[in-house]
Design a protein around this ligand. Structure first.
Ligand code: ASP
Length: 424
């Protein structure tokens, strides 16, 4: 049923938002203190706060869950290293690609920023953007990293959360017996968090509605600046899609060619099915069974490799998501009139990496983690609203590239492990 389709509902929410903003922007909603306007703001901030509420627990437990899903120590030693090295390198390439491209291509700067925020520095900013000494930055990172987990979670200290999660996850794999009930506990906590995230995302159409009403009124649709803003959004979307496609059609296939002996054209043909499923479901997790089958039937990858690399990749390896988040942060910084220093760009890089690792593989899941990228450079959290408006179509392409990255990872690890060569 089309009415049950989230993308359709969001579309309707957005349309209604523009309509209400246009119809009542000069009337019932003209006065910011009016009850009607306050209700719109309430809906908007309730939705954004609900997303924010999930950042810390989601990243923490999803990272621990990812690490413990590596499961046994032998596998961890045997193929854990190469798998994680592959994940990190490809995600790093994706982010660097995004950041370099946006350095040269930023057509939206022809139009003015939409909001000039005051110089107030959000207290949650993590690395002092004014630092120009690398030693100082490193010591800041270290003191943030080495914090106890409770204080890291409470203070939304992402670097502390990540460090603790990695240490706890690794320690669990190494120190606990395989049948320990703690493993099941972490998986169940993750299932609970994902359920809550699903509930929150169910309200996306209402959130989008309120966000768009507010935008329409603030920007004054019909005046020149709203047309400028729409052009900026379109330019940003085109850039993200082009870069994601470049990563998926050129960078990853080249990596598969060099390290997995697989010709790019053949590869794309063989993995087209999971890519289409990922594109249409916007969920790496939902695509997992199809990816498994493709690895087995089309690529001839040993199932002990794909059963390790693919599920881990579905939660931890998201090149498309990381690229999107990095480019989006730089774009939003411009829209909010924030000048990014080198250290802030570095924070964007770091946080996009962490956030992509911590995001579950479901539609729009990275929107919760995206907030920490924003926090890192002092962009107001409500800026996420701008991304939510254009989020659905972008999610399709980036999820396909996320899944492609996982499958190519399986191909390369399979070859590295010396298994019979993957099917040609
Ligand atoms: N939809 C993505 C995935 O499942 C996650 C995201 O970027 O929102 O891979």
């Amino acid at each position: 049923m089309i009415f049950k389709n989230l993308t359709f509902q969001i579309f309707i929410g957005a349309l209604l938002g523009v309509a209400v903003g246009l119809l009542f922007g000069d009337g019932a909603l003209a006065n910011p203190d009016s009850d009607a306007y306050q209700i719109i703001l309430l809906l908007k901030s309730a939705f954004l706060s609900a997303l924010k509420m999930l950042i810390a627990p989601m990243i923490f437990f999803s990272l621990i869950g990812g690490i413990i899903s590596i499961g046994d120590v032998i596998k961890l030693r045997e193929i854990g290293g190469i798998t994680v090295l592959y994940y990190f390198s490809t995600t790093l390439i994706a982010i660097v690609l995004g950041l370099i491209a946006i350095f040269f291509i930023h057509p939206w700067t022809m139009y003015p920023a939409i909001v000039e925020i005051q110089t107030a520095i959000p207290e949650s900013r993590m690395i002092d953007p004014g630092s120009d000494s690398i030693v100082l930055v490193l010591s800041q990172i270290l003191s943030l990293a080495l914090t106890n987990p409770v204080s890291a979670l409470v203070n939304l200290n992402i670097i502390g959360i990540v460090t603790n999660a990695i240490l706890i996850g690794l320690a669990m794999v190494l120190a606990l017996p395989k049948q320990s009930s703690l493993f099941g506990f972490i998986d169940q906590v993750n299932a609970v968090i994902i359920q809550v995230l699903k509930w929150v995302l169910k309200f996306l159409p209402i959130g989008i509605f309120a966000i768009i009403v507010d935008f329409t009124i603030k920007l004054g649709v019909g005046e020149g600046n709203s047309a400028d803003f729409l052009t900026q959004l379109l330019q940003f979307s085109m850039l993200v899609i082009s870069l994601t496609l470049f990563h998926g059609m050129v960078v990853l296939p080249l990596i598969a060619w060099f390290f997995g002996d697989k010709s790019p054209v053949k590869l794309l043909k063989q993995i087209s099915r999971p890519l289409i499923v990922a594109f249409s479901t916007s969920s790496s997790a939902a695509t997992l069974p199809v990816s498994m089958r493709t690895c087995d039937e089309e690529l001839g990858i040993d199932s002990s490799v794909s059963s390790f690399v693919l599920p881990l990749g579905a939660t931890m390896n998201m090149d498309g998501t990381a690229l999107f988040e990095a480019v989006a942060a730089v774009f939003l910084a411009y829209l909010y009139g924030i000048e990014l220093t080198t250290i802030m760009i570095f924070s964007v890089f770091l946080m996009s990496m962490v956030s992509s690792i911590g995001a579950p593989g479901m539609p729009s899941a990275s929107m919760a983690g995206m907030q920490m990228v924003l926090l890192a450079v002092g962009i107001p959290l409500e800026a996420i609203a701008i991304l939510l408006v254009i989020e659905r179509p972008l999610d399709t392409v980036r999820t396909a590239v996320n899944v492609e990255g996982d499958i190519i990872g399986a191909l390369i690890v399979n070859k590295y492990r010396g298994n019979s060569p993957a099917r040609q």
